[in-house]
Design a protein around this ligand. Structure first.
Ligand SMILES: Nc1ncnc2c1ncn2[C@@H]1O[C@H](COP(=O)(O)OP(=O)(O)OP(=O)(O)O)[C@@H](O)[C@H]1O
Length: 226
């Protein structure tokens, strides 16, 4: 599913954001990726979605080789991924339903498939009642769940969330993690980037810690130190 072998990523200005990192995530896992600000978490995610390419080493995601793939292949890689951004990136002029349906339309899905699938994912994230609201009439936690519904709607093998609890209070954050747990139990591999240690400690999951672009610890459950 995800393989990083001795991966280094250096930005144009010379910043070495990822440094000889090794990481393997298998189908069905639930993984937290944690690290201090500037440690390289977002760059790791960008490598997985082919927003940036490795300077050295090999990155494999759902059998795509990120360093060698052609630009025109990138949309196909992204169809296998659901990405939840910290700032939601919803279309405020469209309803919740339309935001989620839109993600299906972009990959060519039509009427019946959309009518079946969108209500299912809205129910999964607990937003059936809000289907016809516009995003700006929702709370931050609800908007976050719209973003998750949209990421899930095309049935990705892997869902990646970058700081998904950044805008939420502790109770909502816990609820959100419980939702990701449920999504994982339904078969989707989950990778969550966070620097909220308290939240990670609540869940007995695999925790990968990065510091200065290197994986410095990788263990399941329990305490970790930054
Ligand atoms: N586009 C860019 N060009 C140059 N350097 C960058 C770029 N994006 C990030 N960096 C640098 O790369 C390093 C890693 O940044 P990254 O955003 O991956 O960290 P992060 O762990 O996600 O941080 P945060 O928790 O603050 O979001 C930092 O030193 C950052 O300044």
């Amino acid at each position: 599913m995800i393989r990083m072998n001795d991966v280094t990523m250096v930005y144009d200005n010379g910043t070495r954001a990822v440094n000889k990192a090794n990481l393997r995530i298998d189908e069905g896992e639930f993984v937290f990726l944690v690290g201090a600000s500037g440690s390289g978490k977002t760059t790791m995610i960008k490598l997985l979605t082919a927003e940036v390419r490795p300077t050295e080493g090999r990155v494999l995601v759902n059998n795509y080789n990120i360093g060698e793939m052609k630009k025109r292949q990138i949309p196909y890689l992204r169809r296998t991924l659901g990405v939840v951004f910290q700032d939601f990136r919803l279309i405020n002029s469209k309803t919740v339903y339309e935001n989620v349906a839109f993600a299906m339309r972009t990959i060519g899905a039509k009427g019946k498939a959309i009518k079946e699938r969108v209500p299912y994912v809205l129910d999964l994230v607990g937003l059936s009642e809000k289907a016809h609201e516009k995003p700006l009439n929702l709370s931050g936690g609800e908007q976050q769940r719209v973003a998750i519904a949209r990421a899930l709607v095309n049935n990705p093998r892997l869902i990646i969330a970058d700081e998904p609890t950044g805008n939420l209070d502790p109770a909502r954050s816990l609820e959100l993690m419980t939702l990701f747990e449920k999504i994982n139990e339904l078969g989707t591999t989950v990778l969550i980037v966070t620097h909220e240690k308290g939240l990670v400690d609540e869940f007995e999951k695999r925790v990968v810690v990065i510091d200065k672009g290197e994986v410095i610890s990788d263990q399941t459950g329990g305490y970790y130190q930054l």
